[in-house]
Design a protein around this ligand. Structure first.
Ligand code: HEC
Ligand code: HEC
Ligand code: HEC
Length: 123
């Protein structure tokens, strides 16, 4: 009475159709940016989770301290002094804007305007 061949074929087609989103996402779902980390130093100015989440605020804070209050005190990381500076601190360790900053910013579609004035390292 029942045509089991057709039912099974139908079921297979149904399962394939329903799982299309899963197949479609293979490879693209894990396409998160991989910024290249410095090789010669291990420590950032803040612990990794904090700098990732708050580097924009920290940069603004540094800028305000340096420009508005003239506070050019330095910070020590692994025995070296760094000024509170985009170019002379961040980009001294993160030597490639393209392979570091841009990796995340392109992914997140943010375009910091800082580079209109500040120089990026020569690549
Ligand atoms: C002394 C060298 C040094 C300086 C200066 C420095 N960083 Fe880092 N940064 C590192 C290292 C090393 C790591 C990786 C830390 C880890 O793996 O725990 C890192 C991690 C990061 C991360 C996280 C990356 C990720 O994959 O999540 C961001 C964002 C970042 N830094 C931005 C900055 C910014 C912005 C500045 C300037 C305000 C700065 N860094 C200054 C060495 C530095
Ligand atoms: C681990 C990923 C990651 C890395 C690496 C990274 N950023 Fe960001 N950055 C972000 C994200 C995500 C935002 C947007 C955050 C938001 O809008 O809340 C952002 C925003 C910013 C902003 C604010 C832009 C705006 O228009 O509000 C500045 C400034 C900035 N980043 C500077 C830097 C600099 C300089 C570097 C390289 C030294 C860097 N970032 C590296 C993820 C990253
Ligand atoms: C219109 C030009 C301009 C733009 C755009 C700009 N800056 Fe600046 N920034 C300056 C000038 C000029 C100084 C003063 C340099 C000094 O006196 O050392 C400065 C100083 C700073 C300083 C402290 C000193 C140093 O050498 O880094 C920080 C940190 C800073 N800016 C971060 C940022 C960030 C982050 C952005 C983007 C969100 C940004 N600036 C965008 C012009 C600009």
């Amino acid at each position: 009475m029942y045509d089991s061949g057709k039912i099974i074929t139908g079921l297979i087609i149904f399962v394939l159709l329903v799982t299309i989103p899963v197949w479609y996402n293979r490879g693209t779902a894990s396409n998160v940016p991989e910024p290249e980390l410095p090789k010669d130093v291990k420590t950032c100015v803040l612990p990794k989770a904090e700098i990732t989440a708050k580097h924009m605020q920290l940069l603004n804070q540094w800028r305000d301290e340096v420009i508005r209050t003239g506070d050019r005190s330095t910070l020590e990381i692994e025995g070296k002094q760094y000024p509170k500076s985009l170019m002379l601190a961040c980009m001294k360790c993160h030597t490639s804007k393209v392979k570091f900053c841009d990796k995340c910013h392109d992914y997140a579609s943010v375009k910091p305007y800082c580079w209109d004035c500040h120089l990026a390292p020569v690549e």
